[in-house]
Design a protein around this ligand. Structure first.
Ligand SMILES: [Zn+2]
Length: 248
């Protein structure tokens, strides 16, 4: 059975060791080493489109390749400053999940939580990245906790964020990512109604053809992950809901 490691990154840059939320930071030095590691050891870095084909269309059972998908949540400006130049060097595809109501602004939901709110990608940079092959998905309009919201708010966050990004980018937005990994039945139904092809959670593990495409698990790469930790994450198979989902 095809297994795909969908890796979850948030901020890439130069950071001192964070006291909290370590899974939302990756030092550029480590990121460079991780991307080189994938190349040296023959991992196949594929896009989300290719991953969905490998999971749900291709004949199952014969695939021995180790597929990896790179995803970046929240659309931080440091993606273009730090991560993208490294991705380009290796020609790796990647998907960035944008908060559609905060394009060109700051990560307000972090400020609301008393945390530092970094700059988010602006529209011109997003368009330039798209021209360079980066895929964008929706991460809602305002990055709320989706569970427990009323239907019209869910509609705005899940359906309107899709159409608003489609207007900005001039192409279909096929992928959704649940903020803080939170979802329930009403949320997933709204994601289905919106017409997304796939949606990504913070549930931990490798994605397989047994997974609902609207509930794909991922593997969070944390600030503290050495290359040994990285290797372990690439090869872990268990699927387990996180005790405390990444909250950025
Ligand atoms: Zn997020």
């Amino acid at each position: 059975m095809t297994k795909i490691s969908i890796l979850m990154y948030h901020q890439i840059g130069v950071f001192r060791r964070p006291k909290t939320h370590r899974a939302t930071f990756c030092h550029i030095r480590r990121f460079k080493a991780q991307m080189a590691y994938l190349k040296v050891f023959g991992y196949q870095v594929i896009s989300l489109d290719e991953a969905l084909r490998a999971l749900y269309s291709e004949s199952q059972g014969k695939c021995r390749r180790h597929y990896v998908v790179l995803t970046f949540d929240d659309g931080y400006k440091n993606f273009s400053d730090y991560a993208y130049p490294v991705l380009r060097r290796y020609n790796y595809p990647a998907t960035v999940f944008l908060v559609s109501g905060l394009v060109g602004k700051r990560a307000k939901w972090l400020a609301d939580d008393g945390r530092f709110a970094p700059d988010l990608l602006d529209a011109d940079t997003i368009l330039a990245l798209q021209d360079s092959g980066i895929t964008f998905g929706s991460h809602t309009m305002t990055h709320p906790r989706l569970t427990g919201l009323d239907s019209s708010t869910l509609e705005r966050e899940i359906i309107e964020s899709k159409s608003s990004l489609e207007s900005l980018l001039g192409r279909e937005i096929s992928y959704f990512c649940y903020p803080s990994g939170l979802y329930d039945q009403a949320v997933v139904e709204k994601v289905r109604e919106a017409g997304y092809k796939a949606a990504l959670t913070c549930d931990r593990g490798a994605a397989t053809s047994r997974d609902d495409p609207l509930l794909l698990p991922r593997k969070a790469i944390s600030y503290g992950d050495s290359l040994i930790g990285y290797f372990w994450k690439l090869h872990m198979k268990n699927k387990k809901k996180l005790q405390s989902p990444a909250s950025a």
